[in-house]
Design a protein around this ligand. Structure first.
Ligand code: MTE
Length: 315
């Protein structure tokens, strides 16, 4: 990873400072807790003071999180370029507000929802999750989000809703990577309805108690921590409930290498490299790779979703 001198010192949150103040409320949660009627945006994130209840979510790992700098300068967001530092370099001017999300398909409450309506009624939670990329590197990220199932239930999915399909914004003017056919645009992803409703799955709006930076998928992106990072579709503008398994961007690009499920699995190699071990970003150049855990360490929570499924065929 290249070292950047463009990062302001205040942007580099040290892990110890974060862990000390890990209990914070997002403004939306605060407004609900305090009985206020104002609708607050995550741009107005507030650090908790001693007299406030915590909304720290369940399921957090106790592994130390990566730094703000690691998380926000080393990632994939091909709409802004294919190099790991391109998203940081090219997404700064991206307009993530105002934002609307189209909800459609097998549900009783389809429509165009403003970002504020989507996050407004929910209490946001902070959750420290392991994040494992298919390229065999990993991080630990303190995301802030809404359990996706809580959000989806508001649209009253019907009994034909077997899958959920997500779509990223298509706007080549703002997203220079979309001017080249690196992938078929717009980026699309999907989950089974059971995966989408699983309490580990988050619709993320922030990281480290701050609004999600553009390069990490502002203003709304998906996180399914037991799956490879490419399932975490960014800058979502459409949510569709479908009866059939949707196609996903990486499957369309190369179905031999990337499947629909994409569960982290040390026993199933990527055709071009092993998935048995991973390199934790920021652990130091001489650090050994560490063994990858089945379902990224979340097997106890999610293995039952795949009971009876051949995970070698359904990769
Ligand atoms: N979403 C969109 N729209 N476009 C992308 O190129 N890349 C994916 C995923 N979501 C991508 C995307 C991949 S390959 C990874 S590893 C994660 O985003 C990485 O981003 P993060 O580190 O911010 O989670």
């Amino acid at each position: 990873m290249k070292t950047k001198n463009k990062i302001h010192p205040w942007e580099i949150t040290s892990e110890s400072v974060y862990l000390d103040r890990r209990q914070f409320l997002l403004a939306a949660g605060l407004a609900t807790a305090a009985g206020m009627t104002s609708l607050a945006l995550p741009g107005q994130l507030m650090a908790a003071t001693g007299d406030l209840e915590s909304v720290q979510g369940p399921y957090s790992t106790d592994e130390p999180p990566n730094s703000w700098k690691d998380i926000t300068t080393y990632n994939n967001f091909y709409e802004f370029g294919t190099a790991k530092d391109d998203p940081y370099d090219n997404a700064q001017e991206f307009r993530s507000q105002p934002w609307t999300v189209k909800v459609s398909g097998e549900c009783d409450k389809p429509g165009e929802y403003h970002f504020e309506d989507i996050i407004g009624p929910h209490t946001l939670e902070d959750r420290v999750y392991r994040h494992r990329c298919v390229e065999a590197w990993s991080m630990v990220v303190p995301w802030v989000g809404i359990p996706l199932g809580d959000l989806l239930k508001r649209f009253d999915p019907n009994s034909d809703a077997k899958f959920v399909r997500f779509k990223t914004l298509h706007d080549p003017e703002q997203m220079p990577g979309q001017r080249r056919p690196v992938l078929r645009w717009p980026y699309v992803e999907g989950l089974t309805i059971a995966e989408a409703m699983h309490p580990l799955t988050l619709m993320v709006v922030g990281v480290y108690g701050k609004t999600l930076p553009n390069q990490n998928g502002a203003p709304l992106r998906l996180i399914t921590p037991w799956k490879y990072g490419f399932k975490g579709i960014k800058s979502i503008v459409e949510i569709e409930f479908t009866s059939r398994q949707p196609h996903t961007s990486w499957e369309i690009a190369n179905s031999r290498e990337y499947g629909f499920y994409a569960n982290v699995n040390p026993e199933v190699d990527h055709p071009r490299w092993s998935q048995a071990r991973e390199r934790r970003i920021g652990a130091g150049v001489f650090d050994e790779k560490q063994p990858t855990l089945m379902f990224n360490g979340y097997a106890e929570e999610v293995a039952e979703l795949y009971a009876g499924l051949d995970l070698r065929k359904n990769y």
